[in-house]
Design a protein around this ligand. Sequence first.
Ligand code: NDP
Ligand code: MG
Length: 413
Amino acid sequence: MTIVQTDRPAARTSGIAPRRLVVLGATGSIGRTTADVLAHAPRGAFEVTAVAGGSDPEALAAMAVQLGARFAAIADPKAYGALKAALSSTGIKAAAGPQAVIEAALHPADLVVAAIAGAAGVEPTHAALEQGRTVALANKECLVCAGGPFMRTAARAGARLLPMDSEHNAIFQALGGAAPESVARMILTASGGPFRAWSAERIRAATPAEALAHPNWSMGPKVSVDSASLMNKGLELIEAHHMFGIGAEKLDVLVHPQSIVHGLVTFDDGAVVAGLANPDMRVPIAHCLAFPGRIATRAKPLDLAQIGTLTFEPADFARFPALRVAMDALRAGGAMPTVLNAANEIGVAAFLAGQIGFLDIARIVEEVCEQAMAGGEGREPQSISEALGVDHVARDRARALLARRPLSGMVTK
Ligand code: NDP
Ligand code: MG
């Protein structure tokens, strides 16, 4: 079934088959914003074949109906009954469990939107790439956890990765197909998050509610906390390293509180090309959905005269140690980004559960990275299963640190 809306122009491509989509993480922030873009896209341009979610059967069923999907998969096996009941009169097939999410990822599609949060997205997203599918990647943790295997699989299968993360999307557009060798520098901007102007003492005492209150973006909880610690920017540097084949030494971060310039590429000849847009995920999402074409969105047009001033400042590694730890992992390479990502997911969940203080997240991540280094475990994972093995060990170590708290110098709540 195609998405029905009456007040929209027909696709300029009318007569051409709709682009078939799978949306993984359909009930999340990116999933819902994708639905918004689709609701205002040209009539008949897109058709959603399958959706997947984590553990909210009612929300997933509602999204499956809204998008006109034929198949809905929920990761939590216990949610099967509720999902089936919620879809009972719709003709949409329900399935549950991690294998069902992979089944959704492999549904017939021209584009798979990969928007599951965290390393839970690794296997389904990788499965889609293995089948040669074009993947619009919002889930940065995929490339941080298993960047080498992901990129090798994409090359082997002839699959294309389109960056949906706003910074990478801006850089992708700025690159315009230029060879990585012609790039002198690649800069990702960071808004600085809600604690940009806070003292170290105030950041130390930050609460989950304060960390979730991002000034410019409305996002899921995990990426919001990562944005507050600047770990998000570190994860994004690692993502950029793999996605664009750029060495760590050419990658950098610039704090830009207005979030208008999302990424900049400096070429060897001195030219700098930047990607600008209002901070609205509809812009990169629409770019990926329509690529290489364009579709209109309801994003507010950018009015630079009204904004007046754009400012830039260096990142402060002292107040935001998570960024330093992530950049160390990027430079160390091998298994360190995998370890970093896993420990960070545990740390963020513990912070959101009120178990640890905000700066403890970076402490836990750093300590788990040090343990892996000391254990001689720095070799790069060669496959998805190796990467997930490293991920599991790092999670166990992070949990052990939590169980042992207070750590030396740890701020406990
Ligand atoms: P949310 O937490 O809002 O949504 C996560 C989605 O993943 C939900 O649909 C959730 O289902 C689903 N999910 C969780 N676990 C599983 C699983 N095991 N199998 C299938 N689905 C699962 O996150 P966001 O939308 O904010 O972020 C998604 C990804 O995109 C993250 O990697 C994030 O870093 C990245 N990103 C997000 C941006 C944003 O603006 N939000 C910007 C750039 C990148 P349920 O609802 O049932 O929990
Ligand atoms: Mg981003």
